[in-house]
Design a protein around this ligand. Structure first.
Ligand code: DGI
Ligand code: FE
Ligand code: FE
Length: 205
């Protein structure tokens, strides 16, 4: 019918919860539930489909239980491109493999959800809103513990999402530098993009 907006597909959240409970460790499952509800709270604040936000949250770490060497093998099998940085840090691949599984195994068809899962670890410049929501929810969910002013970041998430992304990436980059870990260019570029965006908005204080 003309003029009637197509309704979004609704995913069965209870079924996804059960599937994740079976696959993930208790610790990872608890985190997953925390991310899903935090993503849904942010979706309320920013006017995003709640079912999609919950689905992205529930599935974002669905490949986290897979060991490093298996992640590499899975990428070969599923023809997923692996960068040199990912070869050095295969754990980063849980996002790309998770995106693949969300699509093929959990039958997620929506590109917005798949994109959010694919990019949830490094982010990327100029993310769509659901990608930003998942990226932030992953960091601030209630069970997450971090030394770096998490209370301030949690509050900011409901005020200015771009500023929150900058705060998270700044802390993550610092953490990676302290550990002398290899930094993925995407993490660095995403930080630079949002830091510049904040400066333009005059909100970089
Ligand atoms: O899967 P989670 O633990 O819930 O969270 P995540 O998917 O954001 O992964 C977090 C880890 O990813 C954290 O230990 C930092 C790491 N990470 C993020 N960006 C980079 C990175 N690790 C490396 N080596 N390089 C990066 O650029
Ligand atoms: Fe993750
Ligand atoms: Fe996570």
């Amino acid at each position: 019918m003309i003029g009637i907006k197509k309704k979004n597909v609704e995913y069965d959240l209870e079924k996804l919860k059960k599937q994740m409970k079976r696959k993930l460790s208790d610790y990872r499952y608890r985190h997953t539930i925390g991310v899903a509800y935090t993503a849904s709270a942010l979706a309320m604040r920013y006017g995003v489909d709640l079912n999609h936000a919950m689905t992205a949250g529930l599935l974002h770490d669905c490949a986290k239980y897979i060991a490093d060497d298996e992640l590499i093998k899975d990428c070969e099998k599923y023809k997923i491109e692996v960068t040199d940085i990912e070869k050095m840090n295969p754990a980063l691949l849980h996002a790309k493999v998770g995106c693949y599984l969300a699509s093929k195994k959990y039958h997620v068809k929506d590109k917005d959800i798949l994109s959010a899962i694919r990019h949830h670890t490094t982010g990327y410049p100029d993310m769509p809103i659901l990608d930003k929501i998942l990226f932030v929810a992953d960091y601030i969910e209630p069970h997450r513990q971090s030394l770096t002013k998490l209370n301030v970041i949690r509050k900011e998430a409901f005020i200015d999402l771009d500023k929150t992304v900058v705060m998270i990436l700044k802390a993550t980059l610092q953490h990676l530098k302290n550990k002398q870990a290899v930094i993925d260019q995407t993490t660095q570029k995403t930080y630079e993009f949002y830091a510049a965006k904040l400066k333009e908005k005059g909100n970089d204080k």
